[in-house]
Design a protein around this ligand. Sequence first.
Ligand code: FAD
Length: 289
Amino acid sequence: MKIIDRLNEDGIHISFEVFPPKTDEGFDKVISAVDEIATLNPAFISVTYGAGGGTSKNTARIASHIKDDLNVLSLAHLTCASSTKEEVRKVIGNLKELGIDNILALRGDIPPGMDFPDTDRFRFAYELVEEIRKHGDFCIGAACYPEGHVENEHKSDDIRYLKQKVDSGVDFLTTQMFFDNDIHYNFLYRIREAGITVPVLPGIMPITSASQMKKSQELSGTVFPRRFLAILDRFGSSPAAMRQAGIAYATDQIIDLLANGVRNIHIYSMNKPDIAAAIMKNLSEIIKA
Ligand code: FAD
């Protein structure tokens, strides 16, 4: 089944994300995290694609397990910057063989020192979307950035390129993490005005430690609001308190999004089923209302 069909159904849809292990040894641990997350009745579970493409097989294996053994919709991420066009085509072919219907098409970060773009690689995610469309009837998602992508100085360029990407065949978008919902509402207004009409899933990252915050900021360039910084300042040195505060902050963001008419939400659950479960417990009555 295609994720876009699920998103178009009535009701609230909450999805989760896991990442593959860097080595085969970590595989069973990830599978048991996935199995627990699947019990939370997710709209789908997405599986990231390791930077550099080294974990590509594990992404496909985990996405198959979610779909075939757990009977949950799966979304396989695929990046193109670190692989040749031929390598990317092989991965698409493998996903097709495994019956995976849903792909999140990404450029990926450009590996340091790489002469990019070169002619043997897809330069931008929209080129990957065009390529995937040639290989079959996939449901294709893509990334978007409420605070702008780090490589772009002007948000207007980002939205112009986003429109080009969506027009190349994207069914839905998932946002980069953000911690101030007003930034998301402003972004939604701007992209709708630019004629982008596909569903947009806000990406919510529960931050439960100071080190995770630092890493998230490095990865995404996101701005943390004062309200979040005060929480970190007061509770950052107490792991249990910070965990509880991070879950509460993410819950609060989600409740605000739902109260403002958002129906689809993606949680960056990062192989932590306990945190995913705690958020879902906080939302149990809200989702039914
Ligand atoms: P693109 O859409 O190609 O955009 C990249 C940059 O190029 C942007 O600045 C854009 O504005 C600009 N651009 C686009 N088109 C043009 C054009 N025609 N001309 C000039 N400039 C253009 N990374 C991983 O390695 N693995 C993952 O699994 C992964 N999952 C992610 C999931 C989500 C929801 C998000 C938000 C990000 C994810 N990333 C992942 C990170 C992502 O790969 C990086 O942010 C990457 O730098 C950009 O990827 P993109 O697909 O958004 O690229």
